[in-house]
Design a protein around this ligand. Structure first.
Ligand SMILES: NC(=O)c1ccc[n+]([C@@H]2O[C@H](COP(=O)([O-])OP(=O)(O)OC[C@H]3O[C@@H](n4cnc5c(N)ncnc54)[C@H](OP(=O)(O)O)[C@@H]3O)[C@@H](O)[C@H]2O)c1
Length: 419
């Protein structure tokens, strides 16, 4: 399939009131909060159509008071009841919905033009697909959706004339560096090679354990794993950054977004997180996108694309930064990254299995049921025991996800090691 990142050049046309209406899936998370911060800076341009969360009633209620969406959704039914009462008590005109059906409803609602997909993990897949099916501009933070269901997801984007813009800082950087001709869906582009692109280079900070002796990783705690040196993020992606699975998920995401092969995507360590990623060209040119590590930059870029709006991020002064370092990855240090490449090459449902096993392993580590170094063991075991099959339908992907979770849970139970 040719490159699908953007369906057609051009901004979103505002609704009748002159505003662009936005739904934020996962508004109470790190990306959601940053998105509302950017939106709040441009009240003459954007309004909020719907906000969603899982359990966090307090934060969603506060966001409802501030942004006055038409809909609010709690995935958890009891939390939805609680939010409904508080919204009524405050006489806010907001309809509160519950559960996965509510998430899909607001993602595809006719009065929404743009959907920020920022639910973490596999729970984000169906609402994100619903947004694509309804032909929205989809701002994709939920990388797990593409990792699980790349082919189905990209086909949906293509068939529904949705616009897909990357929020991950690395993919947003690559998108900004790629020639426009290789980023337009509907035009036969011939892929990255035809545009003179040699390679995509994703940068990785190396996370909190970059220099920790390998033997000490066994005793790494959830609090240490979640203390990322440069980025403030949710707990799951923080652990993924510490294991480097996050970079593995991003390699898979890049292959789907930019229609390239695994060998065209490499990873380099860059502890400062100022160069967000690079594209190298056959003539020896290298284009990089830089900025402070602040997710408001890619969010503002994708919201306003192809124009630019202020994000609130402080300006980058390279004299201030003074030093930009780049290192090759130490062989053997990051088994999760190796397994992500292997699953990508294996194809089919292997990446859905990888994702499910990783989610189970990370949650088990956060719950202090297994050690940090057990995370790759759980994933490896699951990949070895769950066969990959064709990933040509959502049903096949969801079945693979269920089977992999069951296998991973069973393995976790067998290795339980109190810390
Ligand atoms: N944070 C970053 O800098 C960053 C950068 C690039 C990409 N991403 C990607 O963006 C996504 C969100 O990351 P994050 O760091 O913002 O995560 P987060 O802070 O943990 O927030 C997750 C959001 O998803 C909601 N949620 C969790 N489980 C849910 C479920 N089962 N059903 C419905 N909603 C659910 C949460 O609601 P509650 O608050 O109620 O639990 C919250 O709103 C992830 O896919 C991540 O990989 C994040």
């Amino acid at each position: 399939m040719s490159v699908n990142t953007v369906h057609s050049p051009g901004s979103i046309a505002p609704a009748n009131d002159g505003l662009i209406s936005i739904t934020v899936l996962g508004s109470t998370g790190t990306i959601g909060v940053n998105t509302l911060d950017v939106i709040g800076r441009h009240p003459q341009r954007y309004r909020v159509a719907a906000l969603t969360a899982h359990h966090d009633v307090d934060r969603l209620y506060q966001q409802c008071v501030e942004h006055k969406p038409s809909y609010a959704v709690m995935n958890d039914a009891q939390s939805a009841d609680e939010l409904r009462q508080r919204v009524r008590g405050a006489e806010l005109e907001i309809e509160v919905l519950a559960g996965p059906a509510g998430l899909e409803q607001v993602a595809g609602a006719p009065d929404t033009q743009c959907v920020m997909a920022a639910i973490v993990g596999a729970a984000g897949l169906l609402p994100t697909i619903a947004a694509a099916r309804a032909g929205k501009r989809v701002l994709l933070a939920n990388k797990e959706a593409l990792v699980m269901a790349g082919r189905v997801f990209m086909r949906q984007v293509y068939e529904s004339h949705a616009q897909l813009l990357p929020i991950d800082s690395e993919h947003n950087a690559v998108f900004q560096c790629l020639p426009k001709s290789s980023c337009t869906i509907g035009v036969p582009t011939g892929g990255l090679a035809a545009a003179g692109v040699e390679r995509i280079v994703l940068t990785a900070s190396g996370g909190p354990f970059r220099t920790m002796p390998l033997a000490a990783l066994r005793d790494a705690t959830p609090a240490q794993a979640c203390a990322h040196p440069n980025w403030r993020m949710g707990r799951k992606i923080s652990v993924d950054s510490a294991t480097m699975m996050n970079k593995g998920l991003e390699v898979i995401e890049a292959c789907w977004l930019f229609d390239c092969r695994p060998e065209q995507v490499s990873v380099v360590l860059h502890p400062q997180s100022v160069v967000h990623s690079m594209v190298t060209f056959v003539d020896g040119s290298v284009l990089a996108q830089m900025g402070h590590p602040d997710m408001r930059t890619p969010i503002a870029h994708a919201l306003a694309w192809p124009t630019r709006i202020a994000s609130g991020a402080r300006p980058l002064d390279l004299v201030d930064v003074a030093r930009l370092e780049f290192f090759a990855l130490e062989p053997g240090r990051y088994p999760c990254l190796r397994m992500a490449y292997e699953a990508l090459r294996a194809g089919g449902t292997a990446t859905a299995v990888l994702n499910a096993a990783n989610e189970v392993a990370v949650q088990s580590f956060l719950d202090e049921r297994i050690r940090f170094t057990d995370i790759p063991r759980v994933i490896e075991h699951t990949l070895e025991h769950v066969a990959s099959s064709e990933a040509d339908s959502l049903e096949a992907i969801l079945a693979a996800d269920r089977t992999a979770r069951a296998a991973a849970f069973e393995y976790v139970a067998s290795i339980l090691a109190p810390i």
